[in-house]
Design a protein around this ligand. Sequence first.
Ligand code: BGC
Length: 748
Amino acid sequence: MKPIPILFLASLLAVSVSCTTERKPSTVGTTSEVERRVDQLLSRMTLAEKIGQMNQVSAGGEVANYADALRKGQVGSILNEVDPVKVNEFQRISVEESRLGIPLLVARDVIHGFHTIFPIPLGLASTFDPELVEAGARVASVEATGQGVRWTFSPMLDIARDPRWGRMAEGSGEDTYLDTRMAEAMVRGYQGDLSDATSIAACIKHFAGYGAAEGGRDYNSTFLTERQLRNVYLPPFEAAVKAGAMTLMTSFNDNDGVPSTGNAFLVKDVLRGEWGFDGLVVTDWNSMGEMISHGFGEDRKDVARKAMEAGVDMDMMTYGYLSHLEELVRSGAVRESDIDQAVRNILRVKILLGLFENPYVDVEAGQAVQYAPDHLAAAQKTAEESAILLKNDGVLPLDPAAVRNILVTGPLADAPHDQLGTWAFDGEAGHTVTPLRALQERFPGKVTYVPGLAYSRERRDRFDDVVAAARRSDVILVFLGEEAILSGEAHSLADLNLKGSQSELLAALKATGKPVVATVMAGRPLTIERDLPNCAAMLYAFHPGTMGGPALANLLLGDAVPSGKTPVTFLRTVGQAPLYYSHNMTGRPYNGETLLDDIPLEAGQTSLGNTSYYLDYGAYPLFPFGYGLSYTTFAYSDIALDRETYATDGTVTVSFTLSNTGTRAGTEVVQVYVRDLVGSITRPVKELKHFERVTLAPGENRALKVSIPVQELAFVGLDGVKKVEPGEFQLWVAGDSASGTGVAFNVK
Ligand code: BGC
């Protein structure tokens, strides 16, 4: 946790909480009315009051500590206060005791649920179900607003292609299109009708390129070219802006030498200039101050000026604006008109949220919605759709009637806090249902629990207790992975194997000859290649959230059928990172050449094929992007395009038949990939352009059609202009990024 500085002297005034809980109807008005209100308010503000709006502080301790600053109008936003009584008191002081009565924006990192915790965002992405993710974001906003939060720092849209980076957990993974769809869904879910008291403003972050940290080490520099930014990293942000995202956060990293909080190209030229964003831009936590450590500014005054020049409206926790902007304006280094623009962006969000009409939260009603049954049900359904079946030799689903004695083991079997994952500030272990608890409820008297390892990092030489229990059981359910603390911000790892003696535990279980079903909970794709042979089946659940236990029990028992797909490539070994499906084609693509193990030890220097691969691990991952099994099987046939040639303003329509070739109902995530064969620059070997979930009864064949506007194939080429380059293309319809046979078409 971060230290919470108390910057303001405690006020001696004791203040009593008395605020109305009645909600007045929203009267935020039309766009021009909103702008008029913004301008009217701005015209009444002193320079100091304007600068106060641009200052965000973290709450901590007593409200009285902040009262003086609030009264003076020195705070525009508060983060990290979720006690609704305190929130109301903060608002009351701002609204009733400051000169202009401007309410606060109360912010919190509500990242994958507020109290009811959903799977981590990487797990949300593995559902490939934007509608469900949108519904989850709505649940989060209903609960968060119930405690006074009206602004969340979510969704995180950083493309992440290196699982060493701990924050891969917080985003949608490696793919631009999947990330884009999730971004839009989350923005819609959080914001709904913004002035509704159950809506929160979304904050798209971290702008930009933060996920490309060199070596997967958090906060590290990135070196993305403008073309790479525009083709891979920025499209989710642009789509989220189009979907109405009200706020955006600049990132910690410097890209090609320029820290984002001082990057006018990103904020002014692209975000505001090209995309027309009129929302609020906030720094990341002290990222203005960190420009001093970057060596990008001399002192706080210098970096405050640079952030202003870049077009950043609000300062999170540097106090650079509060301390230096007045002086910078007086000296002529910063124009007051630029400050006016920043304040406009902040006031606009406050007006649109209806905060002037409804600054207070109804404490009692707000409590009533926390952990509501429909919220828990949504979290459970999401966890069910999120889990990915990586291996199944037929042991799953378990037959409940045949189960007499289940051994539950492993460090994640009963880890209520850890299954919530990273950034679950408000999730509570007491409300979390673990797999152990769910299975015990389901099979009273039939579950034996021997943890084996209390923590994922624990080392043990012998597992006699577990093995003895395993011998008495007829099935072994082992829950492995990494605790929440091993992923997330500042939690990067250089070794992605199962930690501690988990692999040894699994091997000991396998040696009993009993069927072993492994479930992995983690914040990233771990390198589990050596563990796969030691289990009959493996479910990968990421961190599944509050209702992870019942969701996994349903999946193991066949009451739910796995449908999740990998939102990132699963590596065989960490040394392959970064490895992602939509890489460019090299001049020497791998062609199945010899691996080191196949070369006699005595062989001298020889040509091994001269293509792009690792001698020891080849070129392929353990599991490709988009991969996941079901309890049934699917087949694709009759794949045909409606034409051979399309105009650049045309639409490619592909028809195909999807068949459920197994004996159970199941849901397939149909994926459509495209490759542009020749471009003005080298192009990815495949790019996802469409996905949808299709549920089929056993034996059912369904004729389906997918349409993709040719404009979706546009990219920024050599001339820097985004457009479709005519020529030859290939298209695949398949159940993952490594399957299917391409069909050809032309664009003229
Ligand atoms: C993180 C942000 C987060 C902010 C506020 C920072 O350390 O990078 O993602 O929103 O803190 O808590």
